[in-house]
Write a protein that binds this ligand. Structure first.
Ligand code: FNR
Length: 389
């Protein structure tokens, strides 16, 4: 906060990336190529789910309190027995190399520097080992796109564990590609040329299986290998609740299910021994016409919040959005596109600016609202207000 005001307003130095969340996307559009911009900015169908994510936030209003000491302002949280300096988490985002050459290793390094956990995607353009080496002291979580083949799954879990990834985030809402008009019009699935397959191509088990089946090396048939990897992680149909036992058996750390929207699924997550859920609709990229993610958060927190850790994402753009999600019961919040917009505009620097800006905005706003700490951030600070039209 002091740094951003100190350099900017007080010294007249303009940041390379806008601090206005509404302008950020436009700035990214100019900086990125058409295909990669549409890939990050796009959504399913007519983007109705994306719109609902934002209108859900707008329907909730904070009710600030005055004359409260902020001497003890503190936004640290505890998640799965670990202390975190703030309740912000970098959402898993695939193919970061298409947005900037700093790729996953660069963004993981930034997250380490600003004190935000980095959730590494299975669809990365860097390997698990490279990300771990780039952020040795950072908090690292691993997001699993759950392969169809158990041997490959096991190999990924072992690599994540061996490289110090502490939490397993299992994404459930991407068992098929989604209807994303912008990507369809651009004939663009980054994976289909090897981009985003680094985790797979560097995996000894995937490699061996592919080579045996195809009768050639991955390098000799990149397109075939990319298709085989894409099939494993995103196109082979849904797993089932019963299959979670396999992950539970082979991962001894916390398991978090990402993509939960229905209260009954949240209850099943408890029943099947999971440690947390991310209430998320994948930022409106999978199913169009779905309910805004924030709109289902309170009922899920009421049903399971005392038994497992409820995290949230989809539509977070400002510090106040973070406060609203916490007030409705989320223990921490993942943010996706804004950081990638900053990253696309100016690599590490751009991502750092967006993340630091979001943290500063959150810190200022939770103070100005008279809340001050995450524990004080409950439903008494917020009200749903609906205006006609
Ligand atoms: C994603 N998301 C995602 N989620 C995941 O579990 N694994 C992944 O590889 C990706 N990849 C990905 C790529 C891009 C370009 C975007 C924009 C999103 C979803 C992501 O983790 C998160 O759920 C949403 O981005 C949250 O919504 P906002 O903050 O972007 O509105």
């Amino acid at each position: 906060q002091t740094e951003i005001y100190g350099k900017g307003v007080l010294q007249g130095i303009r940041p390379s990336v806008t601090t206005d969340p509404r302008l950020l996307e436009e700035q990214a559009r100019k900086a990125l190529g058409e295909r990669s911009f549409n890939y990050v900015a796009g959504g399913a169908g007519e983007k109705a789910t994306m719109d609902s994510n934002r209108s859900a936030f707008r329907a909730w209003k904070l009710i600030p309190r005055m004359l409260r000491s902020m001497d003890d302002q503190d936004v640290s949280v505890e998640l799965f027995g670990q202390k975190y300096d703030n309740p912000l988490i970098m959402a898993p985002i695939g193919v970061q190399g298409i947005f900037h050459e700093d790729k996953e290793t660069g963004l993981a390094e930034v997250c380490q520097e600003v004190g935000v956990p980095y959730v590494m995607s299975t669809a990365a353009t860097s390997t698990i080992e490279e990300v771990a080496a780039a952020s040795k002291h950072g908090k690292r979580w691993y997001q699993l796109y759950w392969p169809r083949d158990n041997d490959i799954t096991l190999s990924l879990l072992n690599r994540a564990k061996a490289n110090g990834f502490s939490v397993l985030v299992v994404t459930l809402d991407t068992w098929s590609l989604a209807w994303r008009p912008a990507d369809l019009d651009n004939a663009y699935v980054p994976f289909l040329s090897g981009v985003g397959c680094q985790v797979g191509f560097s995996d000894p088990v995937f490699r061996e299986k592919f080579e045996k089946e195809a009768g050639c090396t991955i390098e000799e048939d990149i397109l075939g290998a990319s298709r085989a990897w894409l099939y494993q992680i995103a196109a082979s149909g849904p797993h089932t609740w019963e299959e979670l036992a396999f992950l539970r058996q082979h991962w001894d750390g916390p398991i978090v299910l990402k993509g939960i929207q229905h209260v009954e699924d949240a209850k099943k997550a408890v029943e099947y021994g999971c440690d947390g859920v991310v209430v998320s609709n994948h930022g409106g990229r999978q199913l169009d016409g779905a309910i805004g993610s924030l709109d289902v958060l309170p009922e899920i927190v009421d049903a399971v919040g005392d038994r497992i850790t409820v995290l949230f994402d989809s539509g977070v753009r400002t510090g106040v959005d973070v406060i609203k999600a916490l007030a409705l019961g989320a223990k921490a919040v993942l943010v996706g596109r804004p950081v990638i917009f900053g990253f696309g505009i100016d690599g590490r620097n751009g991502a750092k600016h967006v993340l630091k800006g979001l943290l500063a905005d959150f810190w200022m706003s939770i103070g100005l609202a008279g809340i001050g700490t995450v524990t004080n951030c409950d439903r008494s600070v917020i009200r749903r207000v609906q205006h006609a039209g």
